[in-house]
Structure formats: structure tokens, C-alpha cells
Ligand binder design. Structure first.
Ligand SMILES: Nc1nc2c(ncn2[C@@H]2O[C@H](COP(=O)(O)OP(=O)(O)O)[C@@H](O)[C@H]2O)c(=O)[nH]1
Ligand SMILES: [Mg+2]
Length: 445
């Protein structure tokens, strides 16, 4: 049912000072009155201290509750939130009491889904809630918050509005075809279509960095054995994750870890590197390295400070998006390294901050300006695919316009372009899109 009463623990289960239990749907105030001692709705949205009672009337806990009469709640339906003590017993007991009183356990993302159906937020904002919760780096969180705030939604809505205006101009031409140079000139229509197409393209250009930002950029350490890749990996992580020995070929499997460079999300990978491996296992390690190189957003090609950049290294530098990193600078005796080269020591920590800064800038900056300042950004494949479809349909319309095609046909493509944007925001209830988006949510969201 669309708004039957649902209940869930909104905070992470386990040991904690407090926990939040959320109840929403039609009839939740009656259900709340069976569990919360002396429950009152008014004054709304105001915390009141009360005893929470189990089905037998025995107290489960004492805590605060808030009543949110519709439509002034997160979901848009009548809602009650209870703050109780944390841990394994009390929150579970409270959820069970609400279930015994007539609510059902919520499905993953069901609260947010209702908020969407009640027009409290759109699909882009709903996704942003998930991204904000899943963020591991500050830049991810601020982008998600911006999207939750409606920045991307407003941009998409404005584009859609202009497509609808274009449609109105075309309709006018359908209705009054004889007015050759009537109030609306063809130039005006083609000019507007061209501008719109350019704006769609500009927004699409944010997708690579936006998706990289949401998922974390993959940075791969590569280079010949023993140049200090694993040591650098550990130093950047601040823990001894990868094994380090003076023996070549210590690293076989690729190890990946989530780190933050200057607030930006990076997935750092330590590889075996590419080399003429003697044994079967070593060769498997080299194969894995190769796959990682193919997926990398940036490859750090490591060469010892007093070593030569050899043919293998040069090949890596030419083939992949990469930077040369000079390692073990503490051992170098003959003065500073070449300017513009990154040089680090895993032993002294020298150059690590500069490396983090340079990598973050390379991955997330554009001409000195951080991509995050050029918000809003497309952060998901779903966004990119929808926008590509919108642009494709608009291009079809433009081709027809140039060929003096039928305005009805042109309008058809403009309408499809606008429909792609509507699906993106969730204006039209495309159930399977909703299912896909919400299946990744946790219960209580
Ligand atoms: N002096 C010095 N030795 C290092 C440094 N980084 C790595 N090493 C040494 O170089 C050897 C190989 O290091 P390792 O990280 O396993 O290299 P990998 O094979 O490229 O992963 C080990 O004996 C390390 O102790 C460094 O910054 N300074
Ligand atoms: Mg290693």
C-alpha cells in the first residue's frame, strides 16, 4: 500500500548512546498512542519525554518523541520519531512494540521513496541522500549536500523549461504555418535549439569528474620491482597494509585502500608492477596489475631517485594518464631532483603532502579551478545516460530544423528530449527507475 504505517531503526544498530526509531504512514498516531505513554500530537514537532511501553504494558525505555502531522514531515505523511537509548535490546524492542501495535518493518529506502512520491524531494535529491550517507571524503559529502539542496535539480528543471518553451514556439508554427515570417522566425527557433544543445553538452562535460568524485578516483602505483611502491602505499595510508621486503616480487595481489587527498576521495592501489616474472603466481600478479592500469584514473610511475627511467617506465608514462614519482629521496646524495618532478621518501615522509596535492589537482581541477566549484555535476551513469539521450533527441530536432523538416516531427524529438530530463528528475513515476535507485538504500532511510 502507498502509505500504510511503516517503522524502522534510522540509526546504525549496535552499541551507541542513543538511537532513533522512525514511524510513518496513515494511522501512525493511533499506533504511537499504543506504545508511547500519554502520547499527544500537539504541540507538533516538539520533543516530549515519555515512557515507551511494550505490548504487555511493561516499560521498554524512557525517551523523547516528536510528532510530525502531514504534510510537514520528511515523508509528507504523518510521522513519529522516537529517541531511545542505543544498544542491541532497547531499539529492537521499541521497533517490535510498534510492529505489534500495527506498523510493518520498512523496506530499504522506503521513507525516502514516500518523500519522493509525496513531492517532498525529487529523484536526484533522493540519490543525494544516499551519497551523503555513503560519503567517505569531505568533497563527496559537499557535492551530495549541494545536490540534496536541489542545485542539479534546478539546473535540469531549467533546461526542461526551455525545451518546453521551444515546443511552444514549434506549436505556434504548426498552428499558423502560413505566417512565413510571422511573429516567430525560424532563426529564433534554431538559435534557441543551438544554445540548449550547448548547455546540455556543458553539463555532460561534468560527468567524468562527477562520477570520479562519487566513486573515488582510482590511483595505481606502478613501476619495476623494489622501487618502493608498497612502502609509498603504506606511507600514504599511514598504516603498514602492504608487505615490504628487500626481495623483488614481494607484492603479488593488488591491494586497494580508500584514502582522502586534500579532502578528495581516492582509491589507492598497490600492484605487483609489470616485470618479467619468473613464476606462475608472479605472472598472475602482473596480469592483475595490467587490468588495474587499464582502469586507472592516474598511474603513479615509481622510479628510484638515483635510478634511470627505463624503457618499461617510459612505456607506462606514454600509455596511461600518469606522473613520474621519484622514490627513496632520502638515499639520494647528489642534490635536489629536477624541478617539476614529484619526489618522495617513504622513510622520512618527505614529499608526501606535495604528492597528495599534485594528484588531487590533477584529478579534480580544471585550469586552477576546482571542479567542485563548477557545480552542479552529474555524478552517476544514470544522469549521464539520460542527458545523452536528451541531447541526442535535440540534435535530431536540430537536423530536421536545418532540413526544413515538418515542425510536428521536430516537436516530437523535442518532446522526447524533455521526457529524458523528466525521467532524470523523477517527474514521471518510472517504477523500475525508482526500484533501481532505492534498492541500494538501507532500511530506515
Ligand atoms: N631508504 C629508503 N628505502 C626504501 C624507501 N621505500 C622503500 N624502501 C626499501 O626498498 C625496498 C623495496 O620496497 P618495496 O616497498 O617493497 O618496493 P616494491 O617492490 O616496489 O613494492 C625495501 O627494502 C624498502 O625498505 C624509501 O623511501 N627510502
Ligand atoms: Mg610491493
Amino acid at each position: 500500500m502507498l502509505s500504510d504505517p511503516i517503522v524502522a531503526l534510522a540509526t546504525a544498530p549496535g552499541r551507541s548512546a542513543l538511537a532513533l526509531v522512525r514511524l510513518s504512514g496513515v494511522g501512525v498516531f493511533e499506533i504511537a498512542a499504543r506504545v508511547i505513554d500519554e502520547f499527544v500530537i500537539e504541540p507538533a514537532r516538539t520533543g516530549r519525554l515519555a515512557a515507551f511501553l511494550g505490548p504487555s504494558g511493561k516499560a521498554i525505555d524512557r525517551g523523547l518523541y516528536f510528532a510530525y502531522p502531514a504534510p510537514h514531515s520528511f515523508t509528507g505523511d504523518d510521522t513519529v520519531e522516537c529517541t531511545c537509548h542505543g544498544g542491541l535490546v532497547v531499539p529492537a524492542g521499541l521497533v517490535a512494540a510498534f510492529q505489534a501495535a500495527g506498523a510493518r518493518q520498512a523496506l530499504p529506502g522506503e521513507f525516502t521513496r514516500r518523500a519522493l512520491l509525496n513531492g517532498k524531494l525529487d529523484l536526484l535529491q533522493a540519490e543525494a541522500i544516499g551519497d551523503l550517507i555513503d560519503a567517505t571524503a569531505t568533497a563527496q559529502a559537499s557535492t551530495a549536500l549541494h545536490q540534496l539542496d536541489g542545485a542539479l535539480s534546478r539546473r535540469i528543471a531549467a533546461l526542461r523549461e526551455r525545451l518546453l518553451e521551444l515546443l511552444a514556439l514549434l506549436d505556434y508554427e504548426v498552428d499558423f504555418p502560413e505566417e512565413d515570417d510571422g511573429p516567430i522566425s525560424r532563426e529564433r527557433i534554431t538559435g534557441e535549439a543551438e544554445e540548449l544543445s550547448a548547455d546540455l553538452t556543458a553539463l555532460l562535460a561534468t560527468a567524468p569528474v562527477g562520477e570520479r568524485l562519487r566513486q573515488g578516483a582510482l590511483v595505481v602505483l606502478a613501476g619495476r620491482p623494489n622501487v618502493g611502491k608498497s612502502s609509498l602505499f603504506n606511507a600514504l595510508l599511514g598504516t603498514e597494509r602492504a608487505l615490504v621486503t628487500p626481495e623483488p616480487g614481494t607484492t603479488r595481489d593488488t591491494i586497494e585502500a580508500q584514502v582522502e587527498f586534500e579532502g578528495w576521495p581516492v582509491r589507492l592501489a598497490d600492484t605487483a608492477g609489470l616485470w618479467d616474472a619468473p613464476g606462475a603466481i608472479d605472472r598472475m600478479g602482473v596480469d592483475v596489475s595490467r587490468r588495474y592500469l587499464g582502469a586507472a584514473d592516474l598511474v603513479l610511475v615509481c622510479v628510484e631517485a638515483d635510478g634511470e627511467v627505463e624503457a618499461d617506465d617510459r612505456e607506462l608514462l606514454e600509455r596511461w594518464p600518469s606522473v613520474l614519482v621519484r622514490t627513496k629521496t632520502d638515499r639520494r646524495t647528489d642534490g635536489p631532483t629536477d624541478r617539476g618532478e614529484l619526489s618522495v621518501s617513504a622513510v622520512t615522509g618527505q614529499g608526501l603532502d606535495a604528492l597528495r596535492r599534485a594528484v588531487a589537482a590533477r584529478l579534480f581541477d580544471s585550469g586552477g579551478q576546482s571542479y567542485a566549484d563548477l557545480e552542479p555535476m552529474l555524478t552517476r551513469e544514470r544522469h549521464r545516460v539520460a542527458l545523452e539521450r536528451a541531447r541526442y533527441e535535440l540534435e535530431e530536432a536540430r537536423t530536421l530544423l536545418e532540413d526544413e523538416g515538418e515542425p510536428v516531427l521536430v516537436a516530437h524529438h523535442v518532446r522526447r528530449s524533455s521526457a529524458a530530463l523528466e525521467e532524470l528528475i523523477g517527474v514521471v513515476g518510472v517504477e523500475d527507475v525508482l526500484d533501481r535507485v532505492f534498492s541500494r538504500f538501507c532500511v530506515g532511510k
